[in-house]
Design a protein around this ligand. Structure first.
Ligand code: DQA
Length: 151
């Protein structure tokens, strides 16, 4: 069975506790359940991951890219958290691994502080889902799979 990665960056382990007025009260474990249900419907195995460490995220992007190249994986949904706005390393990892990525943000980053507007991920992403709350992960999974036949 082919797999899909859902990779979460810094502070997303605090989902449900951190700024609930912005991110809601759903926990990351709840998001994993949502993703597992959707992946099941799409006939995919789910690798659901979170780290606060940039290098670990880079390692997972490279791992997912290698699995895509081996025909074992369709790509990744990535919420890189604040590294979205800072990480050239993640940009280069996605590009270098030729990993199909859908970038997700729970909040509408464009309606927030200006420092959240730029993204190093968007230029190397297949698509972006922003501002739909945690349901954005489900939309991103569907988009990734719909898009997976495209060259
Ligand atoms: C976020 C938006 C980022 O700006 C922020 O640093 C996060 C979460 C989101 O999902 O809305 O940690 O990626």
């Amino acid at each position: 069975m082919s797999s899909v990665y859902v990779i979460n960056g810094p502070n997303l382990n605090l989902l449900g506790l951190r700024r609930p007025e912005v991110y809601g009260t759903t926990t990351l474990a709840d998001v994993e359940d949502l993703c597992r249900e959707e992946a099941g419907k799409l006939g995919l195995d789910l690798e659901f991951l979170q780290s606060n460490h940039e290098g670990q995220l880079v390692d997972w992007v490279q791992e997912a890219g290698a699995r895509v190249a081996a025909g074992e994986c369709v790509g990744a949904v990535l919420n890189a958290g604040a590294y979205t706005h800072t990480s050239i390393a993640l940009h280069d990892a996605i590009e270098g691994a030729s990993l199909p990525v859908v970038e997700v943000h729970i909040s509408n980053v464009f309606a927030r502080e200006e420092f959240r507007h730029p993204s190093f991920i968007s230029p190397v992403a297949r698509g972006v889902v922003v501002g739909f709350g945690v349901r954005g992960y489900v939309l991103a999974l569907r988009g990734l799979v719909d898009d997976s036949g495209r060259a």
